[in-house]
Write a protein that binds this ligand. Structure first.
Ligand SMILES: Nc1ncnc2c1ncn2[C@@H]1O[C@H](COP(=O)(O)OP(=O)(O)O)[C@@H](O)[C@H]1O
Ligand SMILES: Cc1ncsc1CCOP(=O)(O)O
Ligand SMILES: [Mg+2]
Length: 262
């Protein structure tokens, strides 16, 4: 089912264009991570150009992290243009549940555009499933579970990806749990945003979104595990992580810890 290495090679060969509407905090890191896996990032959120770019991209990544009214207009314009042109969309609901504006914006994007993958941390995804109080700003206060991923997948017609110590993935029919990664990822701002860039790069070359979600999670997290061995703390982890993504080898995928269900 998953063919990590073949899909990574396809990314490196085709260099798909990944249009990001990415928050200001993580914009530079997400671009570097996208380049390191072999795809081609553009970070663009002006309403004057997002439709044109999203329509021609190989995947669209909407991350609401530093939203305001103008960004929201751009999210919807880009999402609709992508949907109309069969471009897959990944949505990261950063801080959903922390404010009404964030939750409402996520629900508008889900209702008005064709989102393929909804990826958030445990607190954000629990909030979207109707469980309040598990988010502080952009950080989760606890873990979710596979039932929540299945519920969200069915309710919104998406592949739901809930990140955390273990990642829960479901398309409503099939599910998977990914147990790679390292706790030190919690000390880098944007680790969730960056794994989104890797998943979006896989979505650009394979339309089985349960598979591409697992491929993106495993690629990012195995690279993080390797990077941690050479890192003194979070700052060097981030640098080493980009290097390890760039240097992924077929044998690295033997470290994948994935349990498929259904
Ligand atoms: N305790 C942990 N152990 C291993 N990996 C983790 C841990 N916490 C987070 N991760 C990994 O870090 C990345 C970001 O996840 P998370 O921290 O949930 O997102 P966010 O940064 O959006 O809050 C994911 O790849 C996730 O699997
Ligand atoms: C700190 C912060 N504030 C607004 S967006 C952002 C980055 C969030 O990144 P992540 O969701 O990967 O933790
Ligand atoms: Mg996040």
């Amino acid at each position: 089912m998953t063919n990590y290495w073949d899909d990574l090679q396809t990314i490196r060969k085709r260099r798909p264009l990944i249009h990001h509407l990415m928050n200001y905090v993580v914009m530079n890191d997400a671009a570097n991570v996208t380049l390191a896996v072999g795809a081609s990032p553009i970070m663009a959120h002006a309403r004057e150009e997002v439709e044109e770019l999203a329509a021609k991209a190989d995947a669209l990544y909407i991350n609401i992290g530093t939203l305001d009214d103008r960004w929201v207009e751009s999210f919807l314009l880009a999402g609709k243009a992508a949907s109309k042109n069969n471009v897959p969309v990944l949505l990261d609901p950063v801080g959903a549940g922390a404010t009404g504006f964030r939750t409402e914006t996520v629900l508008r994007i889900l209702n008005e555009t064709e989102v393929s993958v909804l990826k958030g941390n445990g607190g954000e995804m629990m909030a979207l499933a109707g469980v309040a109080g598990m988010i502080k700003g952009v950080d989760a206060l606890g873990e979710a579970n596979l039932d929540v991923a299945e519920k969200l997948a069915r309710e919104y017609g998406v592949t739901a990806v809930i990140t955390g110590p273990r990642d829960y993935v479901s398309d409503g029919r099939r599910s998977a749990i990914v147990s790679n990664g390292t706790p030190m990822l919690q000390y880098i701002t944007g680790s969730g945003c960056m794994v989104g860039s890797v998943i979006a790069s896989f979505m650009a070359v394979n339309r089985d979104f349960l598979v591409t979600s697992v491929e993106g999670l495993v690629t990012f997290e195995v690279a993080a595990e390797k990077a941690e061995r050479r890192s003194y703390g979070p700052a060097s982890l981030k640098v080493n992580l980009i290097d390890e993504l760039y240097n992924m080898k077929p044998g690295d995928y033997e470290l994948a810890k994935v349990e498929f269900k259904g």
